[in-house]
Design a protein around this ligand. Structure first.
Ligand code: PNS
Length: 169
């Protein structure tokens, strides 16, 4: 009998994807046969990049990585995971504060659906200070995000911050 395909969902806002996320996606791809990087469609937040652009950025950055897919979801993560045939949720933990939050989320998801397990991964030390929030702040204030995000994301940020639609002159 063939071994079952292990599918994982890596959910998040990915606004934008950072080098820390990329490191975690590569770790997840080594552990699982199929990794779905799933962007939450959250209409309550004012995003830096809208969901369709975040999906385009992810597809751009992750092109060529075998077993890695990009998707968007709304509603409960556990419902999405089961609909995709995923029994694993991947999340990253950079710090004690992250662990507190991730622990609460993992246990809540287990309460909602015990068939979905959460796997918490550590990003490499060189990325443990990197966050999308700080990347957005640096980009908004005109700083360089080189080394914090994949090169393709730098180009998207450049377009976002210097594009014609954001010029106020
Ligand atoms: O990158 P983020 O913003 O930390 O990701 C948070 C995310 C998308 C993983 C989380 O908000 C989520 O899973 N939302 C879906 C709604 C849900 O299932 N909530 C109950 C579980 S805590």
């Amino acid at each position: 009998m063939a071994a079952p395909i292990r599918t994982a969902v890596f959910p998040g806002s990915f606004d934008p994807i950072t080098n820390g996320h990329l490191d975690l996606i590569d770790q997840a791809a080594r552990l699982c046969d199929r990794v779905i990087v799933a962007v939450l469609k959250n209409t309550r937040k004012t995003p830096f990049f809208p969901v369709d652009e975040r999906l385009a950025i992810l597809r751009d950055v992750l092109a060529g990585r075998s077993g890695v897919e990009v998707d968007a979801f709304a509603g409960l993560l556990v419902d999405y995971a089961r609909a995709k045939g995923a029994g694993v949720v991947i999340r990253g933990v950079r710090s004690a504060a992250d662990l507190d939050y991730e622990r609460q989320m993992a246990l809540t998801n287990r309460h909602l659906d015990p068939r979905v397990d959460t796997v918490l991964l550590l990003p490499s030390a060189e990325f443990s200070h990197v966050s999308s929030t700080l990347v957005r702040e640096i980009a908004t204030l005109g700083g360089s995000v080189r080394g914090l995000v994949p090169p393709a994301v730098e180009s998207w940020i450049e377009r976002r911050t210097h594009g014609p639609e954001t010029r106020t002159v």
